[in-house]
Design a protein around this ligand. Structure first.
Ligand code: SPV
Ligand code: MG
Length: 671
């Protein structure tokens, strides 16, 4: 993209101000900034490198001045040799050979705030700056709008018109059409009209759209009075405020570039998504919220940092009422679109503006992100994540996984809701499902070595934290080794149930013979486990079977208190009733005496309760303990039956199978 600035004219109406230099060199602030230096700085800051400037009046002064500014710009100066006898249509004609790509076109006496320029560059179509709020000027440009497009530009149009400024973004094809028309005008000697007359002749084909900048500064300086008004408005622009939101763990040069551009628009406030909000939307934050805040606070130009509690910008925007929100244009499509739409609506409610910069999807930035994510699967980081998630979210969810593929489902399944996403926080390595996958009963028959093998398979392909179903924990002498091994592997929590002898699955309840360990026996096991662990992150959760074995609420509560006293980091209360009442009663009574210890539930039989309700009542971990096994198994049975019934696989393939292509691409190669 190039910029074309028209600076050939005499600027007669400026009086003495243009006695010694062209109008564009008129100073607009006390710091010596001129119309031109400001334009060039804005152009350079936007990343444009080539500028074509048409000259005429005091051309040498102008060329020397541009070079003295020392900006990272390459200039092409095109002199209009008959500048005193022609209008700028002729200057553009002189420069035509240099205009073969997308350009921004501006008159040399135009002063605009940076946000106007940013919006212009973000446009996907050719556009011209207009204002729906300013009164129609008597003598300056107006644009006639029809069907959302600009149909005519000129000073003589008042009907269906908006005040317009000669600042354009022209896509290559529209520029070519306009230039063709300019050539036709010049060749027949029409050199004293506006270039816009040539546009008007082809406006049915040359599509230029209005870019409504409302009250933002974009005005020409024709007279000393204009100069005064524009300088005043420029000072006002100094009080503009800008808001951006970040969730990133690493700040790279792409972020710095967008921050730099944002802070040029005004005083910059950065919202940092809280850990909870990040977790709900993408992956777990590698860098905690506080550290992400201080990273951003220390970037030059960031005036302040505030928390953004959810993906939605609404609350912060209504509170801070920034003039601009800045974002990459990537959120125009995909899952973030609803958030963008809401942001636009909230901004419109108080007169704010959304500014979008091109999103950099650079390979090196993606690699940084991938590397940060790879770290999440390392044992220390994965282990610590459960506690961090619990602290950040209050309630977390885990889904059963018993193999690499079910681990991938737990890891990658995401649903989109309200512009955000929802996914599981952790995985539960269920004894029931691990045993079932091996065709064995859930009676601690699958030994620890084999259970660890399952953990390993899952860990190899996932990053989410793991809660391990440790059954009874076995003999205390064995349990201490289990704790050490799990901790070393990066498991976050082991849940052991207060049973002894031959353990059967709890969902059999009192229908089968099961023995509950005494409080003292089980406390001993907890204490030994806590002594064995090496890190502070690993958690031992005591699971109480009193309700399952019909020993009553009092027994359950007494055990919970004793187990916490013995060092349990969390309590799981289990029930096999279809009504959640006894679970709710336990939670309420437990919470009356213990507000802090996390409570875990496994709502297999009382599946009607929502996570929200559990949270409100004081539960912290909800485990969906067996749903992948219970849904996968009947699907497989149906497929097997279909093949037997039809003596071929066609029906099975067509009605119940994923395609071969899908299954082979399901698993990414870099796993
Ligand atoms: C498991 O998933 O193995 C459990 C939960 O221990 S339950 O099956 O409900 O006992
Ligand atoms: Mg189990």
């Amino acid at each position: 993209m190039k910029a074309l600035i028209l600076n050939s004219g005499l600027g007669r109406r400026m009086g003495a101000l243009t006695d010694e230099h062209p109008k564009c060199m008129t100073e607009i602030d006390a710091g010596g900034e001129t119309i031109l230096s400001r334009q060039l700085r804005v152009i350079a800051a936007a990343g444009i490198r080539e500028v074509v400037i048409t000259t005429g009046y005091y051309d040498k002064v102008l060329v020397d001045y541009c070079n003295s500014l020392d900006l990272p710009l390459q200039y092409t100066f095109i002199k209009n040799p008959i500048y005193d006898r022609t209008n700028y249509i002729y200057s553009i004609w002189c420069a035509r050979e240099y205009l073969r790509e997308d350009i921004v076109l501006m008159h040399g006496d135009l002063v605009f705030e940076e946000a106007v320029f940013a919006r212009l560059l973000a446009s996907e179509e050719s556009c011209m700056v207009v204002s729906s709020l300013l009164p129609l000027p008597e003598k300056d440009f107006k644009a006639v709008i029809g069907n959302g497009e600009i149909q005519k530009i000129g000073i003589e149009f008042f009907e269906n018109a908006l005040a317009a400024q000669p600042l354009y973004l022209l896509k290559e094809s529209d520029l070519a059409l306009w230039l063709e028309s300019i050539c036709a005008f010049v060749e027949r000697g029409d050199v004293n009209c506006y270039a816009e007359n040539a546009f008007n002749a082809v406006s049915d084909r040359c599509k230029i759209f209005p870019l409504d900048v409302k009250n933002m500064l974009c005005g020409e300086i024709d007279t000393p009075q204009d100069l005064e008004a524009v300088s005043e408005k420029l000072a006002e622009c100094g009080t503009r405020t800008v808001y951006m939101c970040f969730s990133t763990d690493v700040i790279h040069s792409g972020h710095i570039a967008i921050l730099k551009r944002a802070r040029r628009l005004g005083k910059l406030t950065v919202g940092v998504l809280t850990d909870n909000a990040v977790m709900s939307y993408k992956h777990f934050p590698v860098v905690p919220y506080e550290d992400r805040c201080s990273m951003l606070e220390n970037i030059a130009g960031v005036t302040r940092v505030v928390a953004q509690e959810s993906l939605s910008y609404r609350d912060n925007l209504l509170r801070l009422r920034p003039d601009f929100v800045v974002h990459g244009d990537d959120w125009r499509v995909g899952v973030q679109r609803p958030i963008r739409d809401e942001t636009e609506k909230v901004l419109a409610s108080y007169g704010g503006t959304l500014i979008e910069f091109p999103y950099s999807n650079d390979e090196k930035y993606r690699a940084l992100d991938t590397n940060a994510r790879a770290g999440l699967s390392l044992p220390d980081i994965r282990r610590a994540r459960l506690k961090r998630s619990l602290e950040a979210k209050g309630l977390i969810t885990a889904i059963e996984a018993h193999s690499g593929i079910t681990g991938l489902i737990a890891e990658n399944t995401v649903v989109y809701e309200g512009g955000g996403t929802h996914q599981f926080d952790a995985m539960w390595i269920s004894s029931l499902c691990d045993s079932t996958a091996k065709g064995k009963p859930d009676i601690e028959l699958v030994d620890m070595t084999s259970r660890f093998r399952t953990i390993d398979d899952i860990m190899e392909v996932t990053t989410k934290p793991i809660i391990f179903d440790g059954d009874t924990g076995g003999l205390t002498e064995h349990f201490v080794y289990t704790v050490k091994s799990l901790e070393r592997m990066g498991v976050s929590m082991v849940i052991i149930e207060d049973k002894k002898g031959l353990k059967k699955n709890s969902l059999f309840g009192a229908e089968v013979e099961q023995t509950q360990a005494s409080i003292e026996e089980f406390c001993e096991k907890i204490r030994a486990g806590k002594l064995a662990q090496k890190t502070r992150d690993f958690m031992i959760c005591a699971r109480i079977e009193s309700l399952i074995l019909e020993r009553g609420m009092e027994d359950a509560l007494a055990r919970a208190a004793a187990f916490v006293e013995a060092g349990a980091d969390a309590i799981m209360i289990h029930s096999r009733k279809s009504s959640p009442d006894e679970i709710f009663e336990f939670v309420e009574k437990f919470r009356a005496c213990d507000g802090g210890t996390p409570l875990v539930v496994v709502p297999t039989s009382f599946n009607q309760v929502t996570e929200e309700e559990f949270k409100t009542r004081g539960v912290n971990v909800v485990i969906y303990a067996n749903q992948l096994t219970r849904s996968g198994f009947p699907a497989m049975q149906r497929a097997a039956r279909s093949i037997l019934t039809h003596h071929r696989a066609k029906e099975c393939d067509e009605e119940m199978c994923m395609s071969i292509k899908d299954i082979i691409t399901l698993i990414p190669e870099d796993n």
